[in-house]
Write a protein that binds this ligand. Structure first.
Ligand code: NAP
Length: 298
């Protein structure tokens, strides 16, 4: 079998177009321009590149983007005060604080300081709790992107056996919640799981977010399964070129899977597109407008 390649760049471009069309409507009908504040603390080059890409796509989609680059030496009270100002700013509907943060800052305290209605990353305990109990919530962008990518090849996830590798608050845990909400049967595995390959071979839907280059081999995959590779493992190759590989051994997996996301060009572009979607949803909620009608998007 040669797996179908799920083109995350194309799916993300289509989602951004839908969001842009909705934003056009919000502007004309309600004079509402959704705004996102992107907060970068310090000079981590990978984080800086993410932030540039997020701002570029936000502007291209019709949002306002407010970039806040703060020094890596900032004190916790100064950063919390900056978040407080963004919470109070009516032009800002979404606040994203790029992780990781410098060691003197407690990321949980920063996330908890964000107004849950503006928490477009979906990391605030109120949004995490709402997702867990099945209430409408702002949900984390990467897991949301994973669900939308899956639905391009399997429109209904109902009753399917899903395995999620990884239990982080950013990817694995919320992804498991979203899959349960889609009526999939979900197993979450992690570094303490025994016989992980055996568990993975049961999966009709296999999501891999371990941060371990090429952890999942071809013989971990059930023939015909949909494989969504969240991993982004960066290294410099022998020619000195920066490279990125996923958590799945791609060539081997392509021989067995029914469909698979590549790295790069799979989950990554969807994360940003879902951030724009979340910012538009947040702006509608704050303005008391119904959520945008984008069809089957959860
Ligand atoms: P994380 O916080 O480090 O969590 C990794 C999870 O994988 C943990 O739950 C860990 O288990 C589990 N794990 C690690 N090694 C394992 C192994 N050998 N077998 C089974 N489970 C294992 O990472 P994360 O933030 O969730 O990110 C995961 C990957 O996704 C990273 O490569 C990251 O760069 C990528 N990512 C991509 C995007 C995107 O937009 N494409 C967004 C976010 C993250 P324990 O809990 O037992 O330690």
């Amino acid at each position: 079998m040669t797996a179908k390649i799920i083109d995350g760049r194309a799916v993300a471009a289509a989602l951004r177009e839908k969001v842009a069309a909705e934003i056009g409507g919000l502007k004309t009908r309600h004079g509402l321009v959704p705004g996102i504040a992107v907060v970068l603390v310090g000079d981590n080059p990978v984080s800086a590149a993410y932030v540039r890409s997020k701002s570029k796509h936000a502007v291209a989609t019709g949002l306002r983007s407010f970039d806040h680059h703060l020094p890596g030496s900032i004190s916790p009270p100064e950063l919390l005060a900056a978040i407080g100002r963004l919470n109070a700013d009516p032009a800002v509907h979404g606040i994203l604080v790029q992780l990781p943060l410098p060691p003197q800052i407690d990321p949980h305290a920063v996330i908890a300081a964000i107004d849950p209605q503006k928490d477009v990353d979906g990391f605030h305990p109120i949004n995490a709790g709402r997702l867990a109990v099945g209430l409408p919530a702002l949900v984390p962008c990467t897991p949301l992107g994973c669900i939308l990518l899956t639905k391009t090849v399997v429109p209904s996830l109902e009753g399917l056996e899903a395995v999620v590798i990884g239990r982080s608050n950013i990817v694995g845990r919320p992804l498991a919640q979203l899959l349960v909400a889609q009526n999939a049967t979900v197993t979450v595995v992690h570094s303490r799981t025994r016989q992980i390959a055996v568990v993975c071979r049961r999966a009709e839907l296999l999501y891999v977010a371990a941060g371990r280059a090429e952890l999942v081999r071809g013989d971990w995959i059930k023939p015909g399964a949909v494989v969504i590779d969240v991993g982004q493992n960066r290294f410099v190759d022998q020619a000195g070129k920066p490279r990125v590989v996923g958590d799945v051994a791609f060539a081997e997996a392509c021989e067995v899977a029914g469909a698979i996301t590549p790295v790069p060009g799979g989950v990554g572009p969807m994360t940003i597109a879902c951030l724009l979607l979340n910012t538009m949803k947040a702006a509608c909620t704050i303005a008391g407008l119904p959520p945008p009608g984008l069809g089957s998007i959860p």
